[in-house]
Design a protein around this ligand. Structure first.
Ligand code: AMP
Length: 422
């Protein structure tokens, strides 16, 4: 199937050709014709599947048809949960729409509002926004929303998780009722379905990926290690394997900052992005990483959500996420759009609950591989010991614990590593 066959017009297919896209991804193949027919859509797709283009391409095509030059008010509104994701959506609009004369603007919080007011005053066709800042701008009279023809909610599940639902509902109440609605989400939870019901008119549903699957192109494994040895192991892996770049996930902002300090002490250039960093620090770190000038980017889940970094070969879970689905989002940062990638998780005994929830959700046991010199003193059990099931107390595991199931060695230790599996 070609992009032309999906109904996209020449200015867009030319831009895609120049970008080197040869054929649509499954989400694009199924969503683009629906959107071009001006139907409402509810789409379930994880990042890395090409979902951004699946709505930006037809949206550009629809708007170009009756483009009034110098349009004062946004005719399309795209809401996204984070600044980084909204910035990437804008970049996609600019890249795919380079042969069109549509104007795109981006507004998000954490930066001065006045420059954004000035940009909106110049007129805009497509507005990409995070919900809070858009409401501020609306309440200050800087933007009019009654000309919006198309509304997109991107990563709607994350917007709900982040508590944006009230802002979103308010924004929707300012839009004209006669409009096209597109809702994209990584999962179709009950909450999302409810939001869809209240928002969409006879929507068509597209669900390209099962709710939680790990991208087939990503090889992922665990290195069991004691908590106290994690940063040493990470430095060792980066240096001994000559990782050109890696995206490293931490659970907390504090943990991310500490890890950057430790890596820097080992002469490994690293920067952190998380909610407490200023917007300019986050943009700077992300740009340096994208341009290959920064070796290690340490991120929390919210900051990393939706980051589109081309050809990222290595992702590291320094801590396992407490929300199992985030594991899939995290490792989805690598192996994007068909490229192959590696994801490793440094897992200590305390994280057994998180690990088992992840394995349950992804319906697979993740391969374990100890690294010589970093074998854990506190074993990482394969199954949850009985005494910690349904208990809120932190599990304490010792090598001799009777309740700890020892992993079965299925392969003789070869070279540096020992491979375990269930
Ligand atoms: P997304 O899921 O929107 O975050 O996109 C993931 C990555 O895939 C981005 O780097 C896109 O530029 C890239 N991409 C999107 N569509 C295609 C396509 N049809 N062919 C090749 N790469 C694509």
């Amino acid at each position: 199937m070609s992009f032309e066959a999906l109904g996209l017009s020449r200015p867009l297919t030319t831009a895609l050709f120049e970008k080197g896209y040869q054929q649509p991804t499954p989400i694009q193949e199924r969503s683009i014709p629906i959107i071009l027919k001006k139907k409402d859509l509810m789409a379930c797709a994880q990042t890395g599947t090409g979902k951004t283009a699946s709505f930006t391409l037809p949206l550009l095509d629809l708007l170009k048809n009756n483009h009034q030059v110098g349009s004062k008010f946004p005719r399309a509104l795209i809401l996204a949960p984070t600044r980084e994701l909204s910035a990437q959506i804008k970049e996609s609009l600019l890249a795919y729409g380079k042969n069109l004369s549509l104007k795109t603007a981006l507004v998000f919080g954490g930066v001065k509002i006045n420059p954004q007011i000035a940009i909106l005053r110049e007129g805009v066709d497509i507005l990409v926004a995070t919900p809070g800042r858009l409401l501020d701008l609306f309440q200050q009279g800087a933007v009019t929303l009654n000309k919006v023809e198309i509304l997109v909610l991107d990563e709607a599940d994350r917007m709900l998780d982040m508590g944006f639902i009230r802002d979103i509902k308010k924004i929707i109440s300012y839009l004209p009722s006669n409009r096209q609605n597109l809702l994209f989400s990584a999962t179709f939870s009950n909450e999302i379905r409810q939001l869809g019901k209240s928002l969409l008119k006879n929507p068509l549903e597209v669900n390209v990926a099962p709710q939680v699957v790990t991208a087939k192109t990503v090889k992922h494994k665990i290195h069991p290690v004691d908590k106290a040895k994690k940063s040493q192991l990470l430095s060792y892996l980066i240096q001994s394997k000559n990782w050109y770049q890696a995206l490293v996930f931490c659970k907390t902002k504090h943990g991310a900052n500490n890890l950057v300090k430790k890596l820097s002490q080992d002469n490994i250039p690293a920067l952190a992005i998380h909610g407490n960093k200023s917007q300019s620090a986050r943009t700077k770190a992300l740009e340096a990483f994208k341009q290959g000038k920064l070796q290690i980017l340490v991120a929390t889940d919210i900051a990393a959500r939706g980051l589109d970094i081309e050809q990222l070969a290595q992702v590291v879970n320094y801590d396992l996420p407490s929300v199992p689905e985030d594991y899939v989002h995290r490792i989805g940062r690598t192996g994007r759009a068909g490229a192959s990638g590696n994801a490793i998780s440094l897992v200590c005994a305390d994280e057994i609950k998180e690990l088992l929830s992840i394995e349950k959700v992804i319906k697979q046991t993740i391969k374990r591989e100890e690294v010589e010199g970093f074998e854990p003193k506190h074993n990482l059990p394969i199954a949850m010991p009985r005494n910690v099931q349904n208990s809120n107390s932190k599990p304490k595991f010792t090598p001799k614990s009777k309740t700890t199931l020892k992993p079965k060695v299925t392969q003789k230790p070869k070279g540096k590593k020992r491979v375990f599996s269930r």
